[in-house]
Design a protein around this ligand. Structure first.
Ligand code: M6R
Length: 617
């Protein structure tokens, strides 16, 4: 997730863009940049926050049209060269800011290099700048425009696969800013003698509250006095002007009351982004080039060792089930703070996976250093490009969930799970445990998950209602079997973290071995009872709980006609592939924790005693 802004007006573009970018820093701040269109295009970029950028821009830079970007790196390290805007032409003819991911950028890059374009950065975005240049100027050294900016933009968009919100300047189209959108947010602000564009309205709320939301496949041309919007066919579109009544803080959260709720909703796009460019349902293949491992090397492995803490440890636990059940490879999972002190025995053929949202957790880094001291190849799964772990591990897979502001991990957890599914299936393919046909079906089911999460989000009022009923409970219990055991642990952790209620997660079959003594009349017990190989056993566990007069809240599939006979309350998830249902159940548990904390008046985004990144051992 990055933030883009654009300005076309009577005032100096520089000051408006810098001010607007500062409000978008929550979308990422590893580097920033700006281009201003005056007599030509001038571009300035810098690593770090907007203040660093401000410090390097000369005061005399002039121009009334401009674009800016604050970056959350997804392709290429956070450095000045990889920062946006990306330009093409010498002297610069095209300048582009981009939020999104271009999935086919490697193929486009090869083609553009063959045509004579020189690439400076490691980013996917640079292909857009050169493609635009190619369509408008025809040749890398061409300086005379052969078509206008809008025509060139439309030709370029036809070649792009993936997601984008784009702001484009062209040196030969004075007074104009071009925009385009597909699956990344983009909104236009309407002022008097000036117009604005941004990833969200916070960027220009100080200037105007009249906005037009740009839809997928629409393009637009902004000048200081006009806004023209076109559909995918290039026909002018009449758009509704909306008035924003939110205050600044609410707007930053896109209208959600808390970042956590926003991030729960963002799981729909986060999973989509995690998958982008990595799966092909046509061929039944998983591409994880970053793994740097051939099928032959995967076959030689005898064991996987996963290392993580907290929520990432729950993701790793599910990973263990997946590697063993799908790929038939032995897998261990360890809590990092324990791993170093238990004198682990290292087997030949061990492959290590460290999972950490922040990439900075001290316990995880220490465990990684320990396992790497045995020369064990180590993969990091993280959300933060350039974080410490990415410099230490042998290879890195990024979750690409965008910055997570709420201390309680939500969208990064489901993106971690998504990568673990892909890794386990890749290992299963390489080891001959799954055929390409099975993989095709699995990918098709995985592609349905974002839509299924949306269905759950559409029913969040029911979760809220139940959360309010039990908000004053003394203790809460969460039970699950098999793949749902880690999800039960995660449900309990989420509730503890943000609502300060005592909550425990257990393997449902373990209840009778001790924890059942804790059950009292009306204790809420959340039981994940989705269809699958342990369903009947889970029904027995529900009966055990009911026999102690506790209250059962079941998470069940929407087509389950049996569960109503046993559970007191039911929260449903759509029917799905059994293996993938944890990705759905966890969303219900995140919502339950959120609404419980809301009902208890807790500080949801910044819970007491917790930090987003734990950098001490
Ligand atoms: O950044 P990491 O994934 O390494 O963080 C690990 C834990 O500190 C983290 O998951 C923590 O448990 C979260 N607050 C969970 O919501």
């Amino acid at each position: 997730m990055c933030g883009i802004v654009g300005y076309a007006g009577e005032n100096s573009a520089l000051s408006v863009i810098l001010e607007s970018l500062k409000t978008l820093e929550y979308r990422g701040y590893d580097s920033a940049g700006i281009s201003v269109l005056g007599s030509g295009i001038e571009t300035y970029k810098s690593v770090g926050r907007i203040a660093n950028l401000e410090a390097i821009i000369p005061n005399e830079i002039s121009g009334n049209i401009g674009i800016g970007h604050t970056r959350w790196a997804s392709h290429g390290r956070p450095n000045t060269v990889n920062s946006h805007p990306h330009n093409s032409g010498s002297p610069c003819k095209i300048s582009v800011v981009h939020n999104g991911i271009i999935e086919n950028y490697m193929a486009l890059k090869d083609q553009l290099i063959a045509e004579g374009y020189e690439f400076k950065s490691e980013t996917d975005t640079e292909v857009i700048a050169h493609l635009l240049h190619k369509h408008i100027y025809e040749r890398p050294d061409g300086n005379v425009a052969k078509c206008d900016l809008l025509t060139g933009l439309r030709k370029t968009l036809k070649e792009l696969e993936g997601s984008y919100a784009l702001g484009v300047l062209c040196a030969d189209e004075q007074g104009k800013l071009a925009l385009a959108r597909k699956n990344s947010p983009l909104v236009i602000g309407l002022g008097k003698g000036e117009n604005f564009a941004a990833s969200d309205v916070t960027a220009f709320l100080n200037y105007t509250r009249d906005v037009i939301f740009v839809n997928n496949f629409e393009t637009a041309i902004l000048t200081p006095t006009s806004v023209e919007i076109f559909d995918g066919e290039g026909k002018v579109r009449e758009k509704k002007i909306e008035r924003i009544e939110w205050d600044f803080e609410a707007a930053e959260k896109a209208g959600y009351e808390h970042f956590m709720l926003k991030e729960i909703h963002e799981q729909v796009s986060a999973i989509h982004n995690t998958l982008a460019g990595k799966v092909s349902e046509l061929e039944g293949t998983i591409s994880l080039d970053e793994l740097n491992m051939s099928d032959e090397e995967i076959r030689k492995l005898s064991r996987v060792q996963i290392l993580a803490c907290g929520t990432s440890w729950h993701a790793g636990m599910l990973g263990k089930y997946l590697f063993e059940q799908l790929a038939g490879i032995h897998c261990d999972i360890d809590i990092c703070s324990e791993y170093r002190y238990r004198s682990p025995v290292m087997n030949n053929g061990t492959f290590a996976i460290a999972i950490t949202q922040s990439g900075e957790t001290a316990d995880t880094l220490a465990a990684v250093r320990e396992i790497m001291s045995y020369n064990c190849p180590t993969l990091a799964i993280t959300n933060v490009v350039g974080s410490t772990i990415t410099r230490e591990a042998n290879s890195v897979l990024y979750t690409r969930a965008g910055p997570e502001i709420g201390v309680a991990a939500t969208k990064t957890f489901s993106s971690q799970l998504t990568l673990l599914y892909l890794l386990a299936v890749k290992f299963a393919l390489a080891r001959g445990k799954l055929s390409p046909n099975h993989v095709k079906e699995f990918i098709m089911d995985l592609r349905k998950v974002p839509g299924q999460i949306q269905q759950i989000l559409d029913q969040k009022e029911t979760v809220k209602e139940y959360a309010e009923i039990f908000a004053q409970a003394k203790s809460y219990f969460f039970l699950g079997r098999n793949l749902n055991f880690p999800i039960a642990l995660e449900g309990a952790l989420k509730l503890k973290e943000i609502s300060y209620l005592h909550a425990e997660g257990f393997a449902a079959g373990e209840l009778k071995h001790g924890p059942i003594a804790l059950l009292e009349k009306d204790t809420p017990v959340v039981i994940i009872a989705t269809k699958g190989q342990t369903y009947e056993r889970v029904l027995s566990n529900i009966k055990e709980v009911k026999a102690r007069d506790a209250t059962v809240i079941a998470i069940a599939n929407s087509d389950d006609t049996e569960i109503g006979k046993y559970a007191d309350f039911i929260l449903t998830i759509p029917e799905s592939n059994e293996l993938l249902s944890p990705l759905l159940s966890v969303v219900v548990l995140q919502l339950l924790a959120y609404y419980t904390a809301l009902a208890r008046g807790c500080s949801i985004d910044k819970p007491r005693n917790l930090a987003k990144s734990v950098t001490v051992e």
